[in-house]
Design a protein around this ligand. Structure first.
Ligand code: NAD
Length: 356
């Protein structure tokens, strides 16, 4: 069993930890936290060994009556690989600690690309990363993951001349009470392109992509407005079928009557998904339109969870635990990404019960 440690137990870290414990080939060595808040309490209730991320703050856990297993350095020592899910910029500072123990590490999209030897999206470059022998790998951001997953099959099937994407981004996660805007629509950044396009180029270096970013008073999900000029002619229905065949793209059927992120989250919660998570891109089926060689669509990206399956696959790619097909199949099965939610509603397919 591969021993996996998680450093930084917040929005992404707690989800990655929960995903690790469901993997048949991994064991959660423990999670490191800075302070004994409600998330630390849940970690204890889930029997996750809890380590103090900042040794000087160790006493705070004792004062709150929360028992810890040790300090983060011990967690690194005991782990075959670390998943760093600390806030942007802290991962780069932690790299020294992982290197000192010769422990491979994954970093998140808030870090600069050069924190790692390579960036990762399973659908795009799993085998390449595995073969490279890279030990420090960055799982790209939620938006870059969403754009790359969509780009991969379309590029393979039709070729892409140019991608233009406008990202309408949530102001903050639901727990980020201090973020905004609360009553505005902000070009963010106002300069073009936003950093997302160049970030997608860390996955597809030769892709011509321009991205524009905005921030709005919403917390649930990001929404992308996509235009891709293809290299060859396409048909909207064929594009739709191509996307439906991708396990991490969820094409929303019209009759579901999902008009936005609110209903999407409600749907995920009704389906019994933990925290109402959407690990897949959610693409509005009726938005898939082709005019000449121009493809248009809208997709919603759940910023808090789409990178979770990618982290699990990246663990296997870096440690050589499995090949691409096996890893994705295992990750999808354990998390519950089985295509059934997305595909039961096609008239030509047999209805099946929603999984819980
Ligand atoms: P978060 O603030 O929710 O969680 C980070 C956790 O790390 C917090 O619990 C914080 O207390 C803890 N922490 C702070 N300093 C630490 C240290 N020195 N050592 C250990 N832990 C420390 O942040 P998040 O949203 O989970 O983001 C983590 C990373 O994932 C960032 O790089 C971010 O850009 C990236 N990411 C975030 C999202 C998102 O929308 N939330 C999506 C994709 C990627």
């Amino acid at each position: 069993m591969l021993q996996v440690g998680v450093n930084g137990y917040g929005t992404i870290g707690k989800r990655v930890a929960d995903a690790i414990v469901t993997q048949p080939d991994m064991e959660l060595t423990g999670v490191a936290k800075t302070s004994p808040n409600y998330e630390a309490q849940i970690a204890v209730e889930r029997n996750y060994p809890l380590y103090a991320a900042i040794p000087e703050k160790k006493d705070q856990f004792a004062a709150a009556g929360i028992e810890i297993a040790g300090e983060v350095e011990e967690l690194v020592e005991q782990s075959d690989i670390m998943v760093d899910t600390t806030p942007s910029g802290i991962g780069a500072q932690n790299k020294e600690l992982y290197e000192a123990h010769d422990t491979p590490a994954l970093y998140q999209g808030g870090e600069d690309a050069d924190v790692a030897e390579t960036s990762f999206v399973a659908r795009a470059n799993y085998e390449e990363v595995a073969e490279s022998g890279a030990e420090h790998v960055r799982v790209v951001s939620c938006n870059t993951t969403g754009l790359s997953r969509l780009t991969a099959p379309i590029r393979e099937e039709y070729g892409i001349e140019k991608v233009r994407a406008t990202l309408v981004r949530r102001g903050g996660d639901p727990g980020q009470t201090g973020r905004g805007p609360i009553n505005d629509t902000i070009p963010d950044p106002v300069t073009i392109p936003s950093h997302h396009g160049p970030d997608v180029n860390t996955i597809f270096p030769d892709l011509d992509i321009d991205t524009l970013g905005m921030k709005v008073p919403a917390t649930l999900m990001h929404t992308h407005s996509i235009n891709m000029t293809l290299e060859s002619e396409a048909d909207a229905e064929e594009v739709r079928e191509l996307l439906e065949d991708e396990s991490r793209l969820f094409v929303l059927s019209e009759y579901l009557e999902i008009d936005g992120a609110g209903k999407l989250k409600e749907f995920a919660m009704d389906a019994g998904r933990p925290r109402g998570d959407w690990w897949e891109n959610c693409i509005w089926g009726e938005s898939i339109t082709v005019e000449g060689r121009d493809l248009y669509l809208f997709q919603a990206i759940h910023q808090e969870s789409d990178v979770v399956p990618e982290n699990i696959d990246a663990i296997r790619a870096v440690t050589g635990l499995a090949d691409y097909e096996e890893s994705v199949a295992t990750t999808n099965e354990t998390l519950g990404i089985d295509g059934r939610l997305g595909h039961t509603d096609r008239p030509d397919r047999e209805p099946q019960p929603i999984s819980r």
